[in-house]
Design a protein around this ligand. Structure first.
Ligand SMILES: Cc1ncc(COP(=O)(O)O)c(C=O)c1O
Ligand SMILES: [Zn+2]
Length: 378
């Protein structure tokens, strides 16, 4: 097989079928693919899934092994009212809330659950601020695998819990925040042989890369100047950076967009670290009402930090009030999204005001979740 796993720190190689979340040296693991001839495959499942049509550059396996709803093929929206509000001429929204379980997580979950199944795993689990658990529960049910989800008690939108339970997941409520739940599920991955599908699992990120590739294709491979994404566990940030660099190296695109990561002010360890030039990094106790990004110790910090430096990116923060105001704008434009997704527009407006983003630059915000997911800020 031409693809393999590799440590981002010491470059130690691991077989694609080895279960490993961190290298012996402590570094995060990523997937490497050897060839990148052309972006699209168009046969079989490739026609129906926005993820698996890129399968040679995601997980090159036979279609018969794939667990897919299918997913992807989400739309891109443009609204004059929102461009004006943000202060740029051309502003696009790629709506990942249009995936089967209502969030971008499905793009990664189809790959992680496929990998779990082909490796003969019986029990799969995750810690979650809500959307990961709903997605895992759904794909786990489709694959016929037992799923267990670790949720921070009182900190997950009720509709997301209801969704995961409906799909048949076993729920473990954890006292503490998401980061405590993450530590507990990591323990369970060692003690109970549970296959972990949080975004520390490199196969998740391979699926999430296709958000960028699909967007570029929708724009005839003319990339925007900026991609704006909310930052929680920093899985998307890491996946988008990898997607952009791979597409550039393969010659699919001739320019690399910059990336802006927006955190909630009360869950902003990545922003704080960015301000110090990434000299310091201190985990924190998060406390934002944008519950999906209420994360104080992002597992993908090391990958995301590299993305910011590779793509000359920026990290910005937005208060809950600013996120709420941006959500109202997106909702009233008729598009709609969940609070965490609206952090993109809130942060963009600030970056334009500070002149980091110019009005004549083309910007694409990624809306990560559906408007029905978390009505708390409405
Ligand atoms: C709707 C939504 N937006 C953003 C995020 C944060 O994504 P990431 O962990 O990739 O930074 C999440 C994660 O749970 C989410 O559910
Ligand atoms: Zn290593």
């Amino acid at each position: 097989m031409l693809s393999f796993q590799s440590c981002i720190r010491c470059f130690q190689k691991y077989d694609l079928n080895q279960i490993i979340y961190r290298c012996e040296c402590g570094g995060l693991i990523e997937i490497k693919h050897s060839v990148f001839p052309s972006p699209l495959g168009g046969e079989g499942l490739g026609v129906r899934s926005g993820v698996w049509r890129f399968k040679d550059y995601v997980l090159p396996i036979p279609d018969s092994e794939i667990v897919s709803h299918p997913e992807g093929f989400t739309r891109v929206y443009e609204r004059e009212s929102l461009s004006r509000w943000a202060g740029v001429d051309k502003l696009l929204f790629k709506h990942e809330g249009e995936n089967p379980t209502g969030s971008f997580k499905d793009r990664g979950m189809t790959v992680a659950v496929t990998q779990a199944k082909r490796l003969g795993q019986k029990l799969i689990g995750c810690a979650s601020t809500g959307n990961t658990s709903a997605s895992l529960a759904s794909y786990g049910a489709q694959a016929g695998l037992k799923t267990v989800i670790f949720l921070p008690e009182g900190k997950v939108a009720p509709s997301k819990i209801a969704q995961a339970i409906a799909y048949g997941a076993e729920t473990r409520m954890i006292e503490g925040d998401f980061d405590t739940a993450m530590a507990k599920v990591l323990e369970a991955s060692h003690d109970e042989g549970l296959y972990l599908v949080n975004s520390i699992n490199p196969f998740r990120l391979e699926g999430q890369k296709t958000i960028m590739w699909e967007l570029f294709e929708q724009l005839d491979w003319q990339v925007p100047d900026w991609i704006v994404v909310p930052g929680g566990n920093l899985g998307n940030t890491s996946a988008f950076g990898k997607a952009i660099l791979e597409a550039y190296e393969a010659g699919w695109i001739t320019k690399k967009p910059r990336i802006a990561v927006i955190q909630a002010e009360r869950a902003n360890p990545f922003y704080q670290s960015f301000l110090s030039g990434f000299e310091d990094f201190a985990p924190m106790h998060p406390d934002t009402r944008a519950s999906a990004i209420n994360i104080g110790n992002p597992v993908n910090f090391e990958k995301a930090k590299r993305v910011i430096s590779d793509l000359n990116g920026r990290v910005e923060q937005a208060t809950d009030a600013e996120i709420k105001e941006a959500k109202i704008q997106i909702d009233h434009s008729g598009i709609g999204c969940e609070p965490s997704s609206a952090a993109t527009l809130a942060g963009l407006q600030k970056l334009v005001a500070q002149k980091f983003v110019r009005p004549d630059e083309v910007v694409a915000c990624v809306l990560t979740g559906n408007v029905l997911k978390d009505p708390v800020m409405s």
